[in-house]
Design a protein around this ligand. Sequence first.
Ligand SMILES: *Cc1c(COP(=O)(O)O)cnc(C)c1O
Length: 427
Amino acid sequence: MTKSEKLFQEAVRYIPGGVNSPVRAYGSVGMTPRFMQGATGPYIFDVDGNKYIDYICSWGPMILGHANREVLTRVIAACEYGLSFGTATEIEVDVARLICENIPHVEMVRMVNSGTEAVMSALRVARGFTNREKIVKFAGCYHGHSDAMLVSAGSGVMTAGVPDSLGVTKGATKDTLTAVYNNLESVQQLFASNPGEIAAVIVEPVAANMGVVLPKAGFLQGLRKICTKEGALLIFDEVITGFRLSFGGAAEYFDIKPDLVTYGKIIGGGMPVGAYGGRKDVMEMVSPVGGVYQAGTLSGNPIAMAAGLTQLQLLLDNKEKYKDLARLGSKLYGGMEELALQYELPCRVNHIGSLASLFFTDQDVVDYTSAKTADTAAFADYFKYMLNHGIHLASSQFEAMFLSCVHTDDIIEETLQIFEQYLQQKK
Ligand SMILES: *Cc1c(COP(=O)(O)O)cnc(C)c1O
């Protein structure tokens, strides 16, 4: 038995499913998780001494690669002053200024501790600002695990949300309406049947939690137009895309101005941070200025801010890294696409910049319904082969691959070779 297997046996005795977040349990690929011990640059190491090229990158945050020296140095230096004060600090102002000065649609920003909290808070602000109660989300988009967002796509549009988890009340989801990704008509229908009642439309501007699904040309612009016309707020959930597609996230990448944005993942440099921000008149609804209550004992924690500030500053000072990431992304994901074609593997590789998903389906994946046509057993087989050959991928068909700035051409070529071996042995 490996050390990981032994640890897992122990873990399940004390932690539900042995993990502190479900996807880590490898349930959907029928395996038990590898326990990780450390990581540096593009590599991650497990407790049994195996080395992997890491394409999870902590689900996005480690865009500079693992254990970036500058980030670590600044974090360690911050620790010497104490871990938390629960008071205002200078570094919070530095982070907020950096974001607001470099992202035009963010005029004010509030720090929280996770993406879940960021979304939950942004929705409350949108409701407070518009004095409306309903929210439109898209089937297959994930916005964290707050009650109102745990809604099943269920019977699709026109129906009030049905809870997707035990313990979520019907009351908590009755104001959540579900539309179809890449389908503006489904959004228009919801506005038509709920006139004057929709506070906001929240969207992953590039969906990355049903696997990566790109917005079709005109989709995001269409949402902007509908929201403006209807007096609803447009919220971009940039927890994955923020500081990844470009410094200003998908909003900058596609040149669309949302009213509010939510951040997480990259913004904390590996520490637990989230944030929401946007229009000043909307953000001034937040307490203690306005009447929308939102608070956090550890929000803006100085150690988390030190990690986030250093990472964001490094990204800002090296904006050419986004071009590098896109080039490496094309090389890896385009390369996988070509190999799949050559070996006649029915699949779709959806990719943009440093993000991608390989879907085991012969249909174009444009929304939740088409994503679900993917063959998860085929994915599990691929996942297992790659893991056993030193490639660390997300253990689910419906997650993204992430590249960091320290993945090199050599590493990508090595990965493509292993992918080709996988295709060869399948034949
Ligand atoms: C990860 C994620 C969240 C939730 O963030 P947590 O920090 O895990 O709470 C919300 N929205 C999107 C788009 C995400 O990818």
